[in-house]
Design a protein around this ligand. Structure first.
Ligand code: 26V
Length: 807
């Protein structure tokens, strides 16, 4: 762990892992060497942690997630191990700059957005809290697509993140499980009269494990993230090659290996592609086989299973696990249905991450039957028994049965995965207080009625290690000089900053750190986009997936309004509006919004009259590493979703933690953030959830707002009149139609005036740098609750019933 030790390891790895010597080593070679140096120091702790868990035979948490949006690992692992000073110095002495070396690493972008990043924050927290946890998922060969902007439009490129190898993963070619698909079910009677099921004539794919160490802060506990990769079962069946058509055999092999090829990049609408359900079952089946194998090493009999295993379902994506565990226990291990069901429902818990009806997963029964015939039978049996129980509890309510059924009979027959997840779980949770209340009141109201108390709240959080200590070293160091470094693992300590909020010296230093971060981002914008932005202007930032409900369009309407005011001679506070985010490749409206942002940017940024007063910047390819650069530079955080639509948001927390003030609606976790930082330190605007509901009931007419506000009308008329796209004036007709003629589903027009007025108070306050800084400090000080450590402690206590394992 000394500089000398690290230095010796670096040169050793350069030679023996990359076969390079000092003079001809590239930056990538240095990265590989640095990664191996850190990895060596992780491995011992990792093995010791696994040994500890084995000896304790402790209850384990299995976090099942189709997405883990980890980002880069070198900096994170280095900081968590306490190796930063040594590694930086050693590299420097060898003539290398750490920052340049670290920049080479590809992001592990195995996720779409909030849900995937939350899973990564949770892994960090569970390791830091010494909780025996395994993350289980898929080792996609291609992660989230890379976004480029060409002529203002999003273009998707494959993310070949493994091209140069992945130094953090350990392939386990000996760790293989077969996963079955298709085939048919044969029933037979045992001599004792009991009925059994054989799933036969299946098409099998092998799941091979790749393990990645997950170090907690301090480096004592290093947990495991196990990702499955699909390998052809043909490789393991020589007969196939001997008898069959060799060419066809190799081609088939490719087919099955396609299973883990690519992450689905659509988080907006349920697309219901066959490959997606295959991916879900593939990783769920392998993970459950692996868990039961581990359990069996210690136990005889199955009764203790719920004392040893807790499985968290990250949304409905892995919810086929409920049927798969039943199949394994009943068909393979010969438990009775009742025994198996008793165990299953003590093991699973399910997190819901969205209220948007179009994102709730359902699968056509016919297709289920073909792909997973035995699971469909099991789902029918679960449903039959569930319906009996509801009928008993609420006799004569046929409507209730129809609404609760695992099978939706209204548009074709479809399996409702959320209902399977709820019925198979002991606890269901939402991700913010408002979201949980809305779950209980809307989408899952019937479940709340039949099993009150089953739905609980677990407000999201983010890891302070990556999102403050690592992303914002300047602020982390400043905080450290005043209150020490305890906050890194106990974020509540940030409240000690409250007493410094009025102090001139601290304010000055705090502002200086923010300014440096803004200068760095401005340099990036200049070098990547050739746009000159002024670091003294207000950095107004909206970074998240592009969705209508998140209302990037409302932000654009405000930018156009500011532009019009400037053209009319007003001079206000200079602003740099920065937007970044990806659109699902099939989401035409989201892509149209990206193009509008870029078209508006083109006009605004090149208008002489505007000068330095206003800039609009779309930063391409928003990912974890870009977030780490953007978040520390934000003055203002845009959290402007329609009330009742954003489950939680986690970017809101990252930005406030880095000293941004929030302009936001009463939506998702904004509500709780505002409570924590104080309503005076939060720019609130817009309709409440109830206000939205009330307006809908009355009959919402966006036209009324259009005619009532001259500024709104002017902005919309410019969009529809082709002001920003003179080469193709009708380009944004779909946007204008959605807002004016198709009911403005997300109430942009209803909230426009309040939003613009609120932005005016933002601009006015920013003129008063002292007061702004005071409030920014109070925002940082109020973020203690939003550490994912707090969230994970709540899950551990109230849902998983697991304890830390330290010795
Ligand atoms: C949904 C779907 C729909 C089916 C097709 C594939 C697919 C892939 C991902 C998703 C995820 C949508 C849910 C999601 O990301 N929710 C976000 O979760 C965050 C963490 O709880 C939360 O902060 C955000 O508010 C919520 O939008």
């Amino acid at each position: 762990m000394s500089v000398e030790g690290v230095s010796a390891s670096l040169t050793k790895h350069l030679i023996y892992s990359s076969s390079k010597n000092l003079p001809n080593a590239t930056t990538r070679d240095w990265f590989q060497a640095a990664a191996h140096v850190v990895r060596d120091r992780l491995v011992e702790r990792w093995m010791a942690t696994m040994q500890r868990y084995y000896e304790h035979d402790s209850k384990r948490i299995y976090y099942l997630s189709l997405e883990f949006l980890v980002g880069r690992t070198l900096s994170n692992a280095m900081l968590n191990l306490g190796l930063d000073a040594q590694l930086k110095t050693a590299l420097y002495e060898l003539g290398q700059q750490y920052e340049k070396v670290a920049e080479i690493e590809s992001d592990a972008a195995l996720g779409n957005g909030g849900l995937g990043r939350l899973a990564a924050c949770f892994l960090d927290s569970m390791a830091t809290l010494d909780l025996p946890c395994y993350g289980y998922g898929i080792r996609y060969e291609y992660g989230m697509f890379r976004q480029s902007i060409e002529n203002g439009e999003q273009v998707e490129h494959p993310d070949n993140w493994l091209r140069y190898g992945n130094p953090w993963e350990f392939p386990r070619p000996e760790l293989l499980y077969p996963v079955k698909f298709y085939g048919r079910v044969v029933e037979y009677r045992h001599e004792d009269g009991s009925l059994h099921h054989h799933w036969v004539e299946t098409d099998d794919v092998m799941a091979m494990a790749y393990d990645t160490p997950v170090p907690g802060f301090g480096g004592k506990t290093v947990n495991n993230m196990r990702l499955w990769s699909a390998k052809s079962s043909r490789d393991f069946d020589l007969r196939y090659f001997n008898q069959g058509n060799y060419i066809q055999a190799v081609a088939d092999k490719n087919d099955s290996e396609n299973l883990s090829k690519v992450l689905y990049p659509d988080d907006s609408t349920e697309v219901g592609r066959e490959l997606r359900l295959k991916q879900q079952y593939f990783f769920v089946s392998a993970s459950l086989q692996d868990m039961l194998f581990r359990y069996k090493k210690h136990a005889d009999g199955w009764a203790m299973l719920p004392e040893k295993i807790a499985v968290q379902l990250n949304d409905t994506h892995p919810s086929i696990a409920v049927a798969e565990l039943m199949r394994l226990l009943v068909d393979v291990h010969k438990l009775s249905w009742d025994e198996a069901w008793g165990l299953t429902t003590q093991i699973f818990s399910y997190t819901n991450h969205t209220l948007m009806p179009e994102a709730l997963e359902t699968w056509p029964v016919a297709f289920f039957e073909r792909l997973l015939p035995r699971h469909l039978q099991i789902i029918f049996e679960i449903n039959y028994r569930f319906m009996q129980q509801v009928m008993h509890q609420f006799p004569g309510d046929g409507e209730l049965l129809r609404r609760l059924s695992l099978i939706d009979e209204t548009n074709g027959r479809r399996v409702r995965m959320s209902h399977l997840a709820i019925v198979g779980s002991h606890t269901v949770n939402g991700v913010a207080a408002l979201h949980t209340e809305l779950m209980k009141r809307t989408i899952f109201a019937d479940f709340e009625r039949i099993t009150p108390g089953k739905i609980v709240n677990m407000t999201n959080g983010v890891t302070p290690r990556r999102w403050l200590n690592q992303a914002n070293p300047g602020l982390a160091a400043l905080i450290g000089t005043r209150i020490g470094n305890g906050w890194i693992t106990d974020l509540d300590q940030l409240k000690e900053l409250r007493k410094l909020a009025d102090e001139d010296d601290f304010q000055t230093q705090f502002r200086a750190v923010k300014h440096e971060n803004k200068v760095r981002l401005a340099q990036l914008i200049r070098s990547q986009l050739c746009i000159e932005v002024n670091p003294a202007s207000l950095f107004d930032i909206q970074i998240k997936r592009i969705h209508e409900y998140k209302r990037q369009l409302l932000n654009v309407l405000h930018v156009i309004t500011l532009y019009n005011r400037i053209r009319a001679g007003a001079d206000g506070m200079p602003r740099t509006v920065i937007i970044a985010g990806k659109a699902a490749p099939g989401y035409a409206m989201a892509k149209c919004i990206i193009r509008l942002i870029n078209d508006v940017a083109d006009i605004v940024n090149n208008d002489q009259r505007v000068g330095n007063q206003l800039k609009l910047v779309f930063i391409p390819n928003y990912d974890v590493s870009n977030a780490e650069r953007i978040v520390p530079a934000a003055d203002l955080s845009e959290q402007i979703s329609t009330a009742g639509t954003e489950a939680s948001g986690t970017g809101n927390m990252k930005l406030a933690l880095n000293g941004a003030l929030t302009i936001g609606t009463l939506d998702g976790a904004n509500v709780e953030m505002r409570e924590e930082v104080g309503s005076d330190n939060f720019f609130l605007f817009g309709l409440t959830t109830e206000g939205v509901e009330e307006l809908s009931r009355q009959g919402y007419d966006p036209m009324r707002y259009y005619h009532a506000s001259a500024e709104l009308k002017q902005a919309l008329d410019m969009i529809s009149g082709g002001y920003f796209c003179s080469d193709e004036p009708a380009r944004y007709q779909p946007i204008v139609d959605a807002l004016l003629h198709q009911g403005d589903k997300y109430f942009l027009l209803a909230d426009y005036e309040a939003y613009v007025a609120c932005q005016d108070t933002v601009s006015a306050l920013y003129q008063d740098q002292k007061e702004w800084t005071r409030r920014a400090i109070l925002n940082v000080a109020g973020m203690g609750k939003f550490s994912s450590d707090r969230t994970i402690k709540e899950y551990a206590e109230r849902i998983w019933h697991v304890e830390p394992v330290t010795d």
